[in-house]
Design a protein around this ligand. Structure first.
Ligand code: AHG
Ligand code: MN
Ligand code: MN
Length: 334
């Protein structure tokens, strides 16, 4: 007897494409190319302990952070996988100072721009804890072949698609093109992502709060009060919440997406703008959270998807997760 494999990404992308009768197939083609890049990274992550690929690369990135060998591997893999597809006019990576122009190879220029955090959770690479890749795709807005910084500095509400891969106890791919959010699990035997979590919805209210409490000495009063709120005893509102913090945003987000809860990376005395990057982390995950019925705001209570970025590597405070929990946070912030 044969085995039923289930819905592959290709099939799901085709189904979504049919909802746009004028679609050329370029968008689905681009996403599928990206997925192959993610599979290459997943394969490398899985055998990382066997290869000479753990540890520092001896370099720092544009933000002065120590780069791990896998950071560089993931970055190069995505750039090399995507720069010759013809779909893109440029890319931006957390690990690259400037935008990556690819119009030279394709003089006609691609229609889309791709942004990514190639390896999220670098501090967990060497210790076999979940890490991931986050991406965002916009339509190019300028009308000459070379893309400009303005093509990238778009608010999240203009996103065409966003998603992530999480390299955990299994590898998952989660994405949205604005038609709901879907999760696929990599079947390592056949090398395909199979639809395992269709139309994901996050609980309206969770039981988990996620924050690096080691930073609490540097928090302002509103942050301290907010976190105390989630730890206080009140049976009627399901408190105290449980604390869960992996230190890989993508993995913390994924857990809270499934189980419900709130992830917070507030500003503090050492990082007055927070630590997370607006364009590679906050915006794509905010898009996914909203598609699942959740919400995401900054420390001024602004919807993350409404923020117009000023610079490529901008940072932002981030509060993301179940809708009611984000509302609660907002009451403490503004
Ligand atoms: P990256 O590995 O891409 O630099 O991102 C690390 C980020 C994010 O994944 C995580 O939520 C956060 O750093 C953890 O920061 P702390 O160690 O300060 O808690
Ligand atoms: Mn990251
Ligand atoms: Mn990273």
């Amino acid at each position: 007897m044969g085995t039923r494999l289930g819905t592959t990404i290709t099939k799901k992308l085709m189904e979504e494409q049919r909802q746009f009768p004028k679609s050329t197939g370029d968008f689905s083609g681009m996403l599928y190319e990206l997925v192959i890049g993610l599979k290459v990274i997943a394969y490398e992550v899985n055998k990382a302990g066997l290869m000479n690929i753990l540890g520092h690369a001896g370099s720092t990135n544009v933000q002065g952070e120590v780069q791990q060998k896998l950071d560089i591997f993931a970055n190069t893999t995505l750039i090399h996988k995507m720069d010759h597809t013809g779909y893109l006019c440029g890319m931006a990576s957390e690990e690259e100072e400037d935008i990556i122009q690819i119009a030279d190879k394709h003089p006609q220029g691609g229609k889309y721009v791709l942004l990514f955090d190639p390896l999220d959770g670098s501090s967990n690479i060497d210790v076999n804890v979940s890490i991931g890749t986050i991406f965002a795709i916009y339509r190019k807005t300028s009308n000459h072949p070379k893309c400009t910084l303005e093509d990238f500095l778009q608010p999240g509400k203009n996103l065409l698609a966003a998603g992530y891969a999480v390299y955990g106890s299994s590898t998952m791919f989660v994405y949205s093109t604005g038609l709901g959010i879907h999760g696929f699990t990599l079947d390592p035997g056949v090398g395909e992502f199979i639809l395992s979590h269709p139309d994901m919805r996050t609980p309206e209210k969770g039981k988990i709060y996620s924050i690096n409490e080691g930073n609490s000495i540097n928090w302002d009063e509103r942050t301290k009060k907010m976190v105390d709120h989630f730890k206080a005893n009140d049976e009627s509102t399901g408190r105290p919440y449980s604390s869960r913090y992996i230190g890989s945003l993508v993995a913390d987000f994924h857990r809270n997406l499934l189980n419900g809860g709130i992830f917070m990376y507030p500003p503090d005395k050492r990082s007055p703008k927070g630590k997370l990057r607006l364009m590679y982390e906050a915006i794509p995950l905010a898009f996914l959270a909203e598609q699942a019925g959740g919400a995401a705001i900054d420390d001024k209570g602004r919807r993350i998807l409404d923020i117009v970025p000023d610079e490529l590597h901008q940072r932002t405070p981030l509060y993301i997760g179940s809708k009611q929990d984000v509302e609660t946070v907002k009451e403490f912030l503004v």
